[in-house]
Ligand binder design. Structure first.
Ligand code: SF4
Length: 85
């Protein structure tokens, strides 16, 4: 189970959650700005990836951006495995 104790320090703790679920990727800048100043952004991002959050901005990344990050990480891991073989 993914840890969530970092949430107590979240910069968005007292904000309207709607801000983090924008209608489109293009409308995510306000949420990104909050995340940019959040002390637990990396924990939040890893939680969202680990729990496969399908929507919303977490750790400053939208769902599409998280998907792209996961793909990049998978590609790097495959490359590292090939290099080690
Ligand atoms: S990174 Fe963003 S969504 Fe995650 S806890 Fe911080 S402010 Fe909230």
């Amino acid at each position: 189970m993914a840890r969530t104790d970092w949430r107590a320090d979240a910069a968005c703790r007292d904000l309207d959650t709607d801000l983090f679920f924008p209608a489109s990727e293009a409308d995510a800048d306000a949420a990104r700005a909050v995340c940019a100043a959040c002390p637990v952004a990396s924990e939040c991002l890893e939680w969202a990836i680990e729990t496969r959050q399908p929507d919303g901005v977490f750790g400053g990344l939208t769902a599409l951006e998280r998907h792209r990050l996961v793909r990049r990480r998978q590609k790097q891991a495959r490359k590292a495995r090939r290099a080690a073989a």
